[in-house]
Each structure stands twice: as structure tokens, then as C-alpha cells.
Design a protein around this ligand. Structure first.
Ligand code: ADP
Ligand code: GN1
Ligand code: MG
Length: 364
């Protein structure tokens, strides 16, 4: 679908004149473009065509992001020396008075200020970067702890609910809409063997032992921007900020920050969790949060990466059997390749689980 980015851009109350627009980043969900403005001294922008097959209620989604970014900005403005335009996402209002527009095809668009001079990593190669990422997420959770008003909307209901994810997997496996089930018997065995133990976080929640907090729910490392000196700068991709357990954020960040290979690495022997990256992230995260987490939350932090890596592998696998309707893919068996790499990462975490628990105990 060809789009006239200038025509979309002009419907927002931006400061600056459209010069050009290019696809940007490596997100799996929206269509993201970087818009450069003609005036050198003015901001550039991120323009996104939103995925409304995945986010079914865009006004609610945008309402959440408006509340969250206003609150974060207020907090940051009381911190001396803060650079608010770069430390917090800033939505650009549309000329229609909303924070989004719809185009003639019915697609939804929104725009943010482009965060200048940031660094973004799909793979983390030093403990210092992992530490900074941990601090960024810890601080993000702390700043949102006192968000006033109603609970945020659940933009994707049951997003990290492993019981629901397992049910969906079993249903689609039975239906086998793309004729791929016979190809994944080894992966299916892997899932079934671990299904029960993965339910522990949900059980602790139901028993009231861990609280529901405001969490980000999509803390893969490229959603944490660092600055030109690799210091924590800004947490982006706020679509799934909603009620959740801290384990979801801790787990997803470790899944991406401590894996020395790519999320979709084909050569499975390269996939491994580096425990020094785990330790560095955990140390940054706990430096911001250890006073607020309860003892049960802390006890299960080491388990969280196993749960979230398993959950996301299961989602890649489910999407594969379903015929690739959810994640953007770049080749035919991409979702299967992603699932296999993530299952291998689960094994690597299992092998190092005792060490992970010791590290958390030492850090608190
Ligand atoms: P998706 O949900 O598809 O991952 P994101 O909102 O994470 O979409 O955006 C995709 C990518 O665009 C990010 O990984 C990041 O590289 C870039 N990006 C998003 N928002 C900004 C911003 N305000 N400034 C700079 N880069 C951004
Ligand atoms: C998607 O939006 P993005 O690319 O940062 C997905 C996450 C997965 C991730 C796997 C809304 O994240 O849940 O963990 O892909 N986001 C949504 O890379 O489903
Ligand atoms: Mg993203």
C-alpha cells in the first residue's frame, strides 16, 4: 500500500516542514517511519501507522499513552537538568484535536517527536549497557507507581497470561489452519513438558502473594533507548503499558539483554544467556526497585526470564501454525526460526538457573 507520508504528516500540529520520510527501526508490530523536517534546528518525527488488528481499540490505547506520557513528563520536570524531549515520548496532537488521525483507508496514525542522538541495540554486548537498561526499566516502573486515576485500559487482554496462551496454542494446533502442525512435534513436546511449571506467577497473583502493578509489558532491549554515552535515556513503545506483574518486564528484558545471539538466530548453538549480562541488568533494575518489591516478587525474579522467553517462543510458534497472522515476518519460516531460537534460550536459562537465583539473592 503506497502512502503519502507528507499528507499524513500535515494533519498533525508539528513544528517544521516535511522534507522526507523513510521506514525506520525493527519493531514487529506497527509500520514506523522517520520523518525529517526541512529546518535543521527543528525536531524530526516518528510517524506510525498503528496495527489495529492487534490493538483493537485505538482511542483507548492512545488515551493510556496520553496519561502515561503526561505523568512521566510531570515527574521529569521536577528533576534538575532533565532533558524532557529526549527522556520521555512526546505525542504530537493532530489538528482534529485527538492524538491520532485516520486516513482514507481507515488506518490509524500517530506521531511522536523523534528522540535525537539515541542508541538502540537489538543485541547487548557489554554489562554496562545491560546495567543502564535495568536502571531505565526500574525507574520507569517507579515513576508510574503513583499514576492517578482509573486503572489503565488493558490494550491487549491476557497479554502475558500463559494459561490463555497455552489454550490458544492447543486450539490452533488442533485446527492446524496452515497445515504446519506435523512439522513441529519436537517443539510441541518441549511446550507440554514445561506447561505446568510456567503457571506459577499467575498462581502467586491469584493467591495475593504478588501485586498487580503498572508495568510496560514489552521491555525488549530495543524499546529502551540509550544516549550517545550509552546511558539510560528513554523507555519507548508504550502500547502495552497496563496492569501486570513486575516479572513480565524483568523477564522480557533479560530475554533480549542477556542473549548473546539474535532473537531469530538460525544457528542454535550460538544462542546462550550470558550470566554476566543477567547480573548487570538485575543490578541496574534492583538499584531502582529493591525497596518497593515484596519478598515473593524478589524470590521469583530469577524465574521470570524462563517464563517470558517460553511465553514469547510459544507465541512465535502459535503464529507459525496459524499461518503468520500476528508478527511481521521476513521469510517463510521466520516464526518457526524465532520460536526455536527462543526455546534454545529457555534451555540455556534452565542450565544456569541456580546461578541466577544466587545473583538475585546477593543483590538484595
Ligand atoms: P513496534 O511496536 O512495532 O515495535 P515501536 O513503537 O517500538 O513499534 O517503534 C519501532 C522502532 O522505532 C523502535 O524500536 C525505535 O527504533 C523507533 N522509535 C519509536 N519511537 C521513537 C522515537 N520517539 N524516537 C526515536 N526512535 C523511535
Ligand atoms: C513485539 O512491538 P515490538 O516489536 O517491540 C511484541 C512483543 C514481543 C516482541 C518479540 C504488542 O514487540 O510482545 O515480545 O515483538 N509486541 C506485541 O520480539 O505483541
Ligand atoms: Mg518496539
Amino acid at each position: 500500500m503506497s502512502v503519502d507520508l507528507k499528507e499524513i504528516f500535515d494533519q498533525f500540529a508539528a513544528d517544521g516542514t516535511y522534507l522526507n520520510g523513510e521506514p525506520y527501526g525493527s519493531g514487529h508490530i506497527h509500520d514506523t517511519f522517520r520523518i525529517e523536517t526541512a529546518e535543521k534546528e527543528k525536531d524530526n518525527y516518528i510517524l506510525q501507522r498503528l496495527n489495529d488488528k492487534i490493538f483493537k481499540n485505538i482511542p483507548e490505547l492512545q488515551h493510556n499513552i496520553e496519561r502515561v506520557t503526561i505523568h512521566l513528563r510531570k515527574k521529569l520536570s521536577s528533576v534538575p537538568g532533565s532533558d524532557i524531549k529526549r527522556e520521555c515520548l512526546q505525542l504530537i496532537p493532530a489538528k482534529n484535536g485527538n492524538s491520532w488521525i485516520t486516513d482514507k483507508n481507515g488506518s490509524y496514525w500517530r506521531m511522536y517527536i523523534f528522540i535525537s542522538n539515541h542508541r538502540s541495540y537489538n543485541i547487548v554486548d557489554t554489562p554496562i549497557k545491560a546495567f543502564e537498561g535495568g536502571k531505565a526499566i526500574g525507574r520507569f516502573q517507579a515513576m508510574l507507581a503513583d499514576l492517578p486515576g482509573e486503572p489503565l485500559f488493558n490494550t491487549i487482554p491476557f497479554f502475558h497470561d500463559i494459561e490463555k496462551r497455552l489454550e490458544t496454542f492447543s486450539r490452533i494446533l488442533k485446527e492446524d489452519p496452515a497445515g504446519r502442525a506435523a512439522k513441529i512435534t519436537a517443539e510441541t513436546d518441549f511446550v507440554l513438558k514445561r506447561a505446568e511449571e510456567m503457571k506459577i506467577i499467575l498462581k502467586l497473583g491469584r493467591e495475593g502473594k504478588i501485586p498487580v502493578r503498572i508495568t510496560h509489558n514489552d521491555t525488549k532491549f530495543n524499546n529502551i533507548l540509550l544516549d550517545e554515552n550509552d546511558k539510560a535515556l528513554c523507555v519507548i513503545d508504550l502500547d502495552t503499558v497496563m496492569p501486570g506483574y513486575v516479572h513480565y518486564d524483568f523477564g522480557d528484558a533479560i530475554r533480549t539483554a542477556a542473549n548473546i545471539a539474535a532473537e531469530d538466530e538460525k544457528e542454535l548453538s550460538r544462542v546462550k544467556m550470558d550470566i554476566s549480562l543477567f547480573e548487570a541488568y538485575a543490578s541496574g533494575y534492583l538499584s531502582e526497585t529493591k525497596e518497593t518489591l515484596n519478598p515473593v516478587e524478589i524470590d521469583y525474579l530469577a524465574f521470570a526470564p524462563r517464563l517470558i522467553t517460553f511465553t514469547i517462543a510459544l507465541r512465535f510458534l502459535t503464529d507459525y501454525i496459524d499461518g503468520d497472522n500476528y508478527f511481521k515476518i521476513h521469510h517463510e519460516h521466520h516464526n518457526l526460526q524465532r520460536a526455536r531460537a527462543q526455546f534454545r534460550l529457555v534451555e540455556s536459562m534452565e542450565e544456569q538457573y541456580a546461578g541466577m537465583k544466587e545473583i538475585i539473592a546477593k543483590l538484595v
